[in-house]
Design a protein. Sequence first.
Length: 50
Amino acid sequence: MTKLTMQDEISHIWREEKVTLILVTHDLEEAIFLAGRVLVLPRKSAVAPT
């Protein structure tokens, strides 16, 4: 329940204050729910480039 409450609060702040927010999450559903834009970063390669 805490996660849902936090998501609602973040959404409320964003709508009311009209500020830019940067949210880092590992939950794709959360990103889609809260974001106007979602950036997916590639996984870091286990092998160092030569």
